[in-house]
Unconditional design. Sequence first.
Length: 202
Amino acid sequence: MQKLINFIRQFRTIPFEEDLISLIESGDLNKIKLLFETKSIDPTLLTKQGVTLMTYAAHYNKTDIIKYLHSLGCDINQTGKNGDNPLTRACFYNQYDSILTLISLGADLNAKYDEYPLIQSLYRKNEDLIQFLLDHGADTSILIKDEYKELMQNLSPRIKFIIRRHERFKKRVPFLYLCRLKKLKNITKLSENLLKEVVKLL
């Protein structure tokens, strides 16, 4: 039934689409609210270009509009016809505020949409974005997949260093926590799961 509903919805268009896109670009949240409050508009529909309204908001780094659309029931992870979604669009255009807002609202940084956000940043050789995504929870375990073997081989030494440095720090976290507890004489507070992780790294 849901597949049928989604099939039907893709042929529906958004009323006042051009106005909405223009208002999103300019960041006029008050007028956007007025349109939704006075007109019958389904905010979850795709535009004629096959893009969600929230993806446009992420594109233009309009975090207040992202939050408002989310409050109306828009799916933070909804993809468009080409497979992109708010998070991948924000990553592509280096919209860091949008990325943080989307993650805080439940966007999955480690889900594969048209591509993984981290892989997307590696293809673009964007060192700042790579570091940003790693700092906010991007999972590097995907990098060992065969489909990314050539990509990993062709990375610059600097990007390889960023990834290695992140991996080394991640492995040190249990030890840093253990040392901190020892200093505080709270070693008994270590959870069983954390102790298991420490043992694995020994």
